[in-house]
Design a protein around this ligand. Structure first.
Ligand code: SIN
Length: 305
């Protein structure tokens, strides 16, 4: 049982622990999000990415399990912003902040979607997804610092809640995009989304996923995500949520030492269930005690000194 206080403040949000449910995992149901928010070790929950209009996503197969992670190609299935408000009505008794993830195919669509979802009282913050690697139109936005800056500054003008931007690792410009988002007024960055990936059926001679491309997550992603967090922390002065391939508490520690103020969990929940939040919170607490620290804050970015 952990004894240390793991609370963190990030971009105006107060979290009981630095552990966040990543977007894309279990995030379409309001009731389920509320249930996860009450689980031990959870600091915040993020919804699945919501667009202006409903989207079916891709037909099966949409997931491939690999020895070192998984490739998903869900295709951003979601009910659309207006319908999702009803889902948020169902998210009763949230005991951690809820971050609403959203996307758009253009700056105007991003702004309109933000306007709709930000008004729900259960939304504590927004996360702009400009990095889904298998949905054309969304994917390319995140490679363009000037477009991301335009979207962020327009969204910030119409919402009064913190805004995170979820960055793509599929560009050498990730630090430029991060800097552009920060200068335009983003309150935090989530690094990273999945890496664009492919798998081929050797019997049928064709790509396995119906969407052709997918996003690689899980342990194989961790060193890439860690490198991105480290590079961004050096150059950009707003809080970072590290995301990518966490599977144990020392992975969480590594992200924080690289510069993350909080860490999002994704694929590991598919493998270990929601109980992993408690396991990782306890591991983080033991690490801090063993090394003589009293708070998470003391180790953010420590590997840069
Ligand atoms: C999906 O829902 O298709 C995945 C979202 C993402 O990779 O950004």
């Amino acid at each position: 049982m952990r004894s240390l206080d793991l609370s963190v403040d990030i971009a105006g949000l107060s979290l009981k622990t630095p552990l966040i449910l990543a977007s894309g995992i279990l995030g379409l149901s309001g009731r389920l999000l509320a249930k996860i928010s009450r689980a031990e070790g959870v600091g915040a929950v993020t919804t699945k990415s919501i667009g202006l209009k409903p989207r079916d996503g891709y037909p099966n197969p949409t997931i491939i399990l690999l020895p070192y992670g998984l490739i998903n190609s869900m295709g951003l299935p979601n009910p659309g912003a207006e319908a999702f408000l009803k889902e948020l009505d169902e998210a009763e008794d949230l005991s951690s902040p809820l971050i609403a993830s959203f996307y758009g195919y253009s700056v105007d669509e991003i702004v309109e979607t933000a306007r709709i979802i930000a008004k729900h009282p259960r939304v504590s913050a927004l996360e702009l997804n400009v990095s889904c690697p298998h949905v054309s139109g969304v994917y390319e936005l995140g490679f363009k610092p000037e477009l991301v800056a335009e979207a962020v500054s327009k969204v910030k003008k119409i919402i009064d809640k913190p805004l995170f931007v979820k960055l793509s690792p599929n560009t050498h410009l990730i630090v430029d995009v991060a800097r552009a988002a920060a200068e335009a007024g983003a309150d935090g960055l989530t690094a990273i989304n999945t890496v664009k990936a492919l798998a081929i059926d050797t019997e049928l001679f064709r790509p396995i996923l119906s969407g052709v491309y997918g996003g690689l997550s899980g342990p194989a992603l961790k060193p890439i995500a860690l490198r991105c967090v480290y590079e961004i922390y050096k150059e950009v002065d707003i809080p970072i949520v590290g995301c990518g391939g966490v599977s144990n508490s020392l992975d969480v520690v590594e992200f924080i030492l690289a510069g993350a103020s909080a860490v999002a969990l994704g694929s590991v929940i598919a493998f270990k269930g929601v109980g992993v939040f408690r396991e990782l919170a306890e591991g983080l607490s033991s690490y801090l005690e063993r090394k003589g620290f009293r708070s998470v804050r003391e180790i953010v970015g420590l590997s840069h000194r």
